[in-house]
Write a protein that binds this ligand. Structure first.
Ligand code: APR
Length: 243
């Protein structure tokens, strides 16, 4: 008997996540109460100029963040994003430098602003030959520690004023989305915030955030005004009912 096999194409869901998705894991958001930048001026710890002026302070700042990161665990928000891979073709575009999406099990992640667990050459930051992944054993970068090209090891973080190397890849993913979900970002920082402009007209857009986030006019956005964990539970129900 001939059988017809139903090949159902999985819908593409693209998430744009920001600091808010990691808030329930104990990571401060950048601009909220007691946000990271309140204690450390952004010019000092997140600009090429700050690095040039005081690499020791910058190295210490990211060493401390790494110590916090290994203590943190993915929360239900990250886990639900990963679980949706059972039903959808999911891509996560994140502004976060933590590795909580990876540890939750997501398989396609585009880190727009770099990765806290990676360090690179300060002369040639995006040269993969000099990018090293740190682990629990080597979490702390020593003052004066060098990359393989002999320059100072610097955090593999995209600082303010630097180009966002994975932007093209993110635009490609977003342009192909059937569903676009924004979670925990104030949409204050470009070019990431501009990704919404690449969402196809036919795609459905959701936004999960406990506070009001301004989205560009002209887009129909379904807002789920909740923290990431509860918001993702609600979104999962909506998406699974529809699929
Ligand atoms: N769940 C979901 N969202 C939350 C939660 C939560 N539990 N708590 C706070 N939020 C929301 C806030 O309401 C805010 O809209 O998360 C958002 C965090 O915004 P920002 O602190 O501005 O962080 P983000 O948008 O990721 O910043 C973008 O700017 O500072 C640079 O490079 C840094 O990647 C960062 C970028």
């Amino acid at each position: 008997m001939r059988q017809t096999r139903l090949i159902s194409k999985m819908k593409k869901v693209v998430f744009l996540t920001g600091a808010g998705i990691s808030a329930e894991s104990g990571f401060s958001t950048f601009r909220g109460n007691n946000g990271l930048w309140d204690n450390y001026p952004v010019e000092q710890v997140a600009t090429p100029q700050g690095w040039k002026e005081n690499p020791t302070l910058v190295t210490d700042f990211y060493n401390n963040l790494r110590k916090n990161l290994i203590k943190a665990k993915p929360n239900e928000g990250h886990l639900k994003v990963a679980e949706l891979e059972e039903h959808f073709d999911v891509t996560v575009v994140t502004q976060n430098v933590d590795n909580l999406h990876e540890r939750a099990g997501s398989s396609k992640i585009i880190h727009l602003h770099g990765e806290l667990m990676k360090v690179c050459s300060s002369d040639d930051p995006d040269n993969p030959e000099y990018i090293e992944t740190l682990d629990d054993e080597h979490l702390i970068v020593k003052h004066g520690e060098l990359a393989k090209d002999g320059s100072l090891l610097r955090p593999w973080i995209v600082w303010f004023g630097e180009a966002v190397p994975r932007m093209e890849e993110a635009i490609e993913a977003v342009s192909d989305a059937d569903i676009f979900v924004i979670v925990g970002t104030s949409l204050n920082v470009y070019p990431a915030a501009g990704l919404i402009n690449f969402v196809p007209q036919s795609a459905k857009i959701y936004l999960i955030d406990p506070f009001n986030v301004e989205t560009p006019r002209g887009y129909a956005v379904e807002v789920i005004q909740e923290v990431a964990s509860k918001g993702m539970r609600i979104l999962e129900q909506i998406l699974l009912k529809k699929s």
